[in-house]
Design a protein around this ligand. Structure first.
Ligand SMILES: [Ca+2]
Ligand SMILES: [Ca+2]
Length: 567
């Protein structure tokens, strides 16, 4: 470069000092337009493609590539067929540079001229205006340069991978010849099978999704002497600015990356389980295409039964409740080559970030775990007992749905008569007062697939239960039961003062005595006076205010008497 600057400087001096037409001794180079960016200069052995205007010193044109509509392509030095002045004058040029070369006859066509002296007369000084379009060398390789790259690059393009990318393709002089951005669609192809020009097949290797790379390809690794259509001329070096959007291999399986694994995980989902999960679905470039969070409802499905895309069916197996996992599905295990119109492009790799809320199997039973048991635990609850209990009901992710503490009315209920959720009823059986339990209830023993107010459909529920009070009950339809054999015959026992009739007061005293002495039990949860009155009225068939032996007899004959029968 120093030599050239000197030469130009000297040439300038020569021109200024020789106003008269003294013959030119050497080549004059006027670099009148040098691009600010000049990454490569023409050296001996390089091939060049350039436009030129050839004129005489008086400005008359004798040849022009512009007129021919086709730039000139040739090699510099090494026995180049160019006239020496051109061969030398083009050296050191960079693409997009414009030079004016003034070439004395001895570095042009000399004393003979050209074209039988008719085109170029003898001893003619020639002026070439050159615009350099392209430089390459047969030793060139594909040049790649990473412009930006995501920090996380776990995988990069290898031969036989399928990729989707955006690109701008330009010639070395900056002319854009093609862009996927204009089509608003990625270019999708396999790498390494020769579907692409050679230089692209090489230049894309090692890229990771989200990387932007500049790839410069010499013509012999691009479209060679043929060019491509009207946009890529023959012998054109190509520059691609590539953004890799997606990458997979046809041999890929679902990949699972476990992000949160609850400890302990006592149970893992298997085929046939019904699962509820939240998810974000994204492409490899990070764009989210779907999310359950926005709908504020989990996605629910059976696992491994073909209700969802194959990759998800596979990815959900073996999950734990509360687990978070990231699964990557190649398109052949997702939406394939066609994708989903307007939502998922063809051949797209999908990433799902999955949060498992719960799962259960239709065969699941209620699971009961006692967390506290009082030392004194002789009496335990069973059906018909009237109990008072506390409860907290949560989803398996810990969300509290409802609690007895939320209500002012006490949660007093008769067990075993269908008054409460099936699984809770089961969970409250066999408990003693003061005992606490954790009970896991599958939806078919709770609120079913449609849920209830505030309870999502198909939710597995966790109940914390505590038994506060327990009153032994009597079976459905009974007001009083004998706990041991009833007196036989009964009437003389009822008729305390032996006057052959039993009014309400006498009856009441008798019943209360049985209860106090542990021989009988009244239905809990009702006013005892009302129970006694009801029982009395049932026996006093003629409604005269007293029971006689005949009336009682009638009753015992009617119903086969047993120890749990009413009187
Ligand atoms: Ca009496
Ligand atoms: Ca009567």
């Amino acid at each position: 470069p120093l030599g050239q600057t000197l030469m130009v400087f000297l040439a300038g001096l020569v021109r200024f000092s020789s106003v008269d037409s003294s013959p030119l001794e050497d080549l004059l180079i006027d670099r009148y337009l040098v691009p600010s960016l000049c990454p490569r200069e023409v050296q001996i052995g390089d091939y060049v493609r350039y436009h030129y205007n050839g004129t005489f010193t008086d400005g008359n044109r004798f040849d022009s590539s512009h007129d021919k509509g086709k730039p000139f392509t040739g090699q510099i030095g090494l026995g180049s067929p160019l006239i020496p002045g051109l061969d030398r004058g083009i050296q050191g040029m960079c693409v997009n540079e414009r030079r004016k070369l003034t070439i004395p006859p001895h570095l042009a066509y000399g004393v003979l001229g050209a074209g039988n002296s008719s085109v170029i007369p003898p001893d003619t000084t020639l002026v070439f205006d050159i615009l350099l379009l392209d430089i390459w060398n047969m030793e060139d390789k594909v040049q790649t340069r990473t412009l930006s790259k995501p920090k996380n690059c776990k995988r990069s393009v290898a031969s036989t991978d399928f990729i989707r990318y955006h690109y701008n393709g330009t010639l070395l002089n900056g002319t854009l010849f093609d862009s996927s951005h204009f089509r608003n669609q990625t270019y999708d192809t396999y790498v390494g099978y020769g579907y692409l020009i050679k230089g692209m097949d090489q230049g894309l290797l090692g890229m990771c999704v989200g990387e932007r790379r500049s790839i410069i390809i010499p013509p012999f690794l691009a479209y060679e002497d043929k060019g491509y259509g009207t946009q890529v001329p023959p012998y054109a070096s190509l520059m691609f600015d590539v953004l890799l959007v997606d990458l997979f291999n046809a041999k890929d399986d679902v990949t699972v990356e476990i992000q949160t694994l609850p400890e302990p995980c006592t149970r893992k989902a298997v085929v046939g389980d019904y699962i509820r999960y939240h998810y974000n679905g994204s492409f490899q470039d990070g764009t989210i295409f779907d999310t359950s969070y926005q709908r504020n409802s989990t996605y629910n499905t059976y696992i491994g039964m073909g209700y969802v895309i194959a990759g998800i069916d596979k990815a959900l197996q073996g999950v734990c409740i509360g687990e978070k996992r990231r699964v990557t599905l190649p398109p052949h295990l997702a939406y394939g080559e066609s994708g989903i119109e307007g939502l998922i492009p063809g051949s797209a790799v999908l990433i799902f970030d999955i949060h498992v809320i719960d799962f259960h199997n239709p065969n699941d039973t209620v699971q009961i775990k006692t967390t506290h048991k009082p030392a004194d635990c002789n009496i335990t609850s069973s059906s018909y007992d009237l109990i008072l209990y506390r409860y907290n009901c949560s989803l398996l992710d810990g969300t509290l749905l409802y609690s007895s503490d939320h209500y002012s009315t006490s949660s007093r209920v008769t067990l075993g008569v269908g008054k409460i959720v099936l699984g809770v009823d089961e969970g409250l059986q066999g408990m003693c007062v003061g005992e606490r339990r954790e009970v896991i209830i599958p939806p078919h023993f709770a609120h079913g697939e449609y849920g209830a107010d505030g309870v999502p459909g198909s939710a597995v529920l966790m109940f914390e239960l505590e038994l506060l009070e327990l009153q032994r009950g009597v079976p459905e339809g009974y007001l009083f039961v004998w706990l041991e054999d009833s007196p036989n015959p009964l009437f003389p026992a009822l008729d305390l003062n032996q006057d052959k009739e039993v009014p309400l007061e006498e009856f009441s005293t008798f019943i209360k005595t049985q209860v106090i002495e542990g021989r009988g039990r009244m239905r809990p949860g009702m006013d005892p006076e009302i129970i006694i009155k009801d029982m009395f009225t049932l026996q006093d068939r003629n409604n005269d205010g007293k029971i006689t032996a005949d009336e009682l007899k009638l009753k015992t004959e009617e119903q086969e008497s047993s120890k749990h029968d009413e009187l």
